[in-house]
Design a protein around this ligand. Structure first.
Ligand code: NAD
Length: 471
């Protein structure tokens, strides 16, 4: 296979970045340690100190963390894009802001009380202790900031395993948060990690006896690993969100919303629109509306084929064609992806749309690139059938654009996803332009849904017999 110049430069870029990471002169301070054992011991000591503080004091730490995230959001966003080569600074900034403003704190911790002839029983939400959290390279800082707020609000400390290709931005975020906690009167090392995270160190963390809960935000591999650990584990895994458009939709708005959702952070979010299934009556109209704002490029058949050969890696398994994603293109700008097949367009182009069959790998694989495949079907029922198939049982996210109440309801039931967004971009589902709190750890496989402080707790019951009842 021959490599084109820009493919070679993408590979060199990636290798250099990884070498760079290894050569980082990372300082051992503000929660960063040499090895997992030290990081976990420090987090354990910090969690004990946190347990001695009142909930009001704990909330002050959260307020300080929110402030620090807001103050540093632009710098962190730039660092993430610079280091990983993925996503967009403007959108990563918005994600950090969203985390600071809409991640719940201690207010979601609720106590249940039962009183009766036999007295009073309380059920309280208690911390696990030290949580081991694994973060993805596609969304390193926002995941770390969001997890940290929720986990500390519920009285835990947290040890992070960042992705090895997002070390600097992850550790910087941890340092900033720890400093904010100290400045608000909290203990050192409530959030810890190590200077050279690796697959081995993640496994050390998973198997460490002092880590009592695991939270994995990433692909199916890491979710399976934490679920096989024998510990309480929360798995926030991959998605492949379909969006259905029927003939009753406001097509102009649907087109805009879909492009906005699909291009958000260059399609890195697990919730972002990954394929559109549209009924034939409005198919042409939807595509022409998509192209009106000047930020969309429609690929022709030849270009689709060329691009598929570059962004996907084909292999034969048990006589069947299988595809994996060429990671060099994940989260890249649309105009850069186009350059790889020799097409130069302006930087204004944010999204590459293409007309394909439902079986096309652009539909079936979770690309995490601003490439949007569009599939034409005869009826809403056909669209729904394909959407269910394309979601692959991830139970993650799906969208619909429709004014037909029956269709809206039918899809909500059939698709069975954790997030279902009607008539809006996907990100409305995580509180960005929609109601409800935000999170960047959406636990579909293990069922906790949109995680928050309450998710990171264990229930403890206290029973007082024959007393404390007031009637
Ligand atoms: P990834 O699975 O490659 O890595 C995620 C994390 O797991 C990283 O820290 C990585 O180092 C670690 N990891 C992966 N394999 C491991 C192994 N064998 N042993 C030990 N550690 C291992 O995913 P990524 O590319 O960083 O992130 C993208 C994926 O995450 C996508 O599939 C996306 O849908 C998913 N994601 C899900 C959510 C959610 O809330 N459900 C949020 C963000 C991303």
């Amino acid at each position: 296979m021959e490599l084109k110049d820009n493919q070679i430069s993408l590979i060199i870029d990636r290798v250099l970045k990884e070498m760079n990471n290894r050569n980082l002169n990372i300082e051992i301070s503000e929660g960063i340690f040499n090895n997992m054992d030290e990081a976990i011991n420090a987090a354990e000591e910090a969690q004990f100190k946190l347990s001695q503080m009142s909930i009001e004091e704990r909330e002050k730490l959260i307020v300080s963390m929110r402030k620090a995230i807001l103050e540093n959001s632009m710098n962190i966003a730039s660092l993430c894009v610079k280091e990983t080569g993925m996503g967009r600074v403007d959108h990563k900034y918005l994600k950090m802001k969203l985390v600071a403003e809409k991640t719940p704190g201690t207010e979601v911790l609720k106590t249940d009380a039962y009183t009766g002839d036999k007295g009073l029983t309380l059920v309280e939400m208690a911390p696990y202790g030290v949580i081991g959290a694994i973060a993805p390279c596609t969304n390193p800082a926002a995941t770390i900031a969001c997890n940290s707020i929720g986990m500390i609000a519920s009285g835990n400390s947290v040890v992070f395993s960042p992705h090895p290709s997002a070390v600097q931005c992850s550790l910087t975020t941890i340092r900033i948060l720890n400093k904010a906690i100290r400045e608000a009167g909290g203990p050192e090392n409530l959030i810890t990690s190590i200077k050279e995270p690796s697959i081995q160190s993640t496994n050390d963390m998973i198997n460490h006896p002092k880590v009592r809960m695991l939270v994995a935000t990433g692909g199916p591999g890491i979710v399976k690993i934490v679920l096989s650990s024998g510990k309480k584990a929360i798995g926030a895994g991959a998605g492949n969100p379909p969006v259905v458009v029927d003939e009753t939709a406001d097509i102009k708005k649907a087109a805009r919303d879909i492009i906005k959702g699909c291009t958000f952070d260059n399609n890195l979010p697990c919730i972002a629109e990954k394929e559109v299934i549209v009924v034939e009556d409005v198919y042409e109209n939807l595509i022409s509306e998509m192209k009106k704002d000047g930020n969309v490029y429609e690929l022709n058949e030849e270009e689709i084929e060329k691009l598929a050969r570059i962004v996907l890696v084909e292999k034969i398994e048990n006589g069947k064609k299988k595809y994996t994603i060429n990671k060099s293109y994940v989260g890249k700008d649309a105009f850069i992806i186009l350059q790889s097949i020799g097409i130069n367009v302006s930087k204004e182009i944010e999204c590459l749309i293409c007309r394909v069959d439902n079986s096309h790998p652009f539909v079936q694989e979770e690309l995490m690139m601003p490439i949007l495949p569009i599939v034409k079907v005869k009826s809403f029922n056909d669209a729904l059938k394909l959407a269910v198939e394309d979601e692959h049982g991830n139970r993650h996210t799906a969208m619909i654009h429709s004014k037909n109440v029956d269709n809206l309801t039918k899809m909500a039931r059939a698709i069975n996803t954790t997030i279902f967004v009607k008539n809006a971009p996907s990100y409305a589902g995580i509180g960005f332009g929609g109601e409800g709190h935000t999170t960047f750890t959406i636990a579909g496989p293990t069922g906790e849904g949109l995680t928050n402080a309450a998710t990171f707790t264990r229930k403890r019951r206290c029973v007082m017999v024959d007393s404390f009842r007031i009637i």
